[in-house]
Write a protein that binds this ligand. Sequence first.
Ligand code: SF4
Ligand code: SF4
Length: 465
Amino acid sequence: MGIKTKFYKFSEYEINKEKEKISKLSKNDLSSQSYEWAKKNLLERLIIYNEIKNSNNLLPKTFFKNFKSEGEIESFLDKKLQKLKVKEYPEKKRDYQKKLLYLLIKPSGPACNMRCEYCFYLEKSSFFKQAHPRMKINILYELLFQAINQGEDSLYFGWQGGEPTLMGIEFFKRAVEFQEIFGGNKFIVNTLQTNGTLLNKKWAKFLKEKKFLVGISLDGPSHVHDKYRKTISGKGSFSKIKQSTELLLEEKVNVNILATVNSYSVNFPEEIYKFLKSLGIKYIQFIPILEREPGSDKLTNFSVSPEKYGDFLNKIFDMWYEDFKKGTPISIRFFYSILLRLIGKKSPDCELQKECGSYLVVEYNGNVYSCDFFVDKNHFLGNINKDKLIDMLNSEKQISFGKNKAKLNKKCLTCKWLEFCYGGCPKNRTNLSDPSSLNILCPAYKKFFEHSFERLKNVAENLSI
Ligand code: SF4
Ligand code: SF4
């Protein structure tokens, strides 16, 4: 990969000013690890600083004397970058209990250009107290530098919000560039979870080229989707989001639909399934909405009733099973997770795993938290500029957060479905302050397993995942 350098248009004065800034590079700009690494060599520092500041004016004029053409300079820099790629992380790797595999990143914090009535993350604006939160490029750099150096050979970056596309396409181009510079032979997967309102052809082409898996929030046909998913001015967002989804599909982007199941949409399983199928969607994830009234365990009126959610899943399952028999299956995340368990593999859904705490959430300002649902003071693990991701993932706080999930209700301990749901997500336990209280969704899980288990077993026997 060549770095695009426009060397010639900068004056000595400008270059000296930049050099002066570099000499002031401090641990406030970069973490101690990458600071030490960066300061070793002026040229490397220039390149890194260049990357961080998103500017191209950092190379001293004298530097050009040794080269006959711009091409030679580019290839010299490429070699330098190759060297950067293979640089070892300066500290010795310890044996960590938990491996760094997945990061959920919120580059624009809770900021969003929509006002879905059931959104739990918008209220975080008061927690962060920043009017327009945006991840700075030095945080992005530090985050990717650390993640790639400390992470496993396969790494998953989930870009979420709020609405991450508020960052603009250039931010994501930058992120992919950093991943390419640091990534070496690592297998890197990027997913983008978006409301789809800002997507256009340019975005679609970029997302396709860089192999993003794109999750679009679309609840179903217009009367279902527009019930709660409103724009800031209170209008429905269905038409725009359907259009964006179609655009992504046209460009052959991998699209996964995230459809919430709320007190209204739960009544329309057939309509929702047929509608999403008619769009040509191959991957669907249903998310039950279970939000509580502020300061209480009482569920809001847009939350789904567990019994009805069980019936919803069963109806979806029946249609899905028919499609499976016809040889035209659609991937429904919850069913896929159970199928994986049935063939002895780990479910990719944290709610169905034994413990939580396997991933970290990184906020726009570099703050790191235990889980998407627990971005709060009690679950703050550190900041990317001072702390290492791998240490935060293996911190006592995160380990004990993870173990909370395994504090199960007595009913779970003797339940025949335990190895499939493991008591579900702690955020959905009936009493939030008591992890051993039963999960609100328990009746839904039971209804679903009773209804579909034999057929799921049958599918699992014929499956090669
Ligand atoms: S609390 Fe729920 S969402 Fe968070 S890690 Fe645990 S299971 Fe996953
Ligand atoms: S189905 Fe209900 S009782 Fe059984 S393990 Fe899951 S949450 Fe617990």
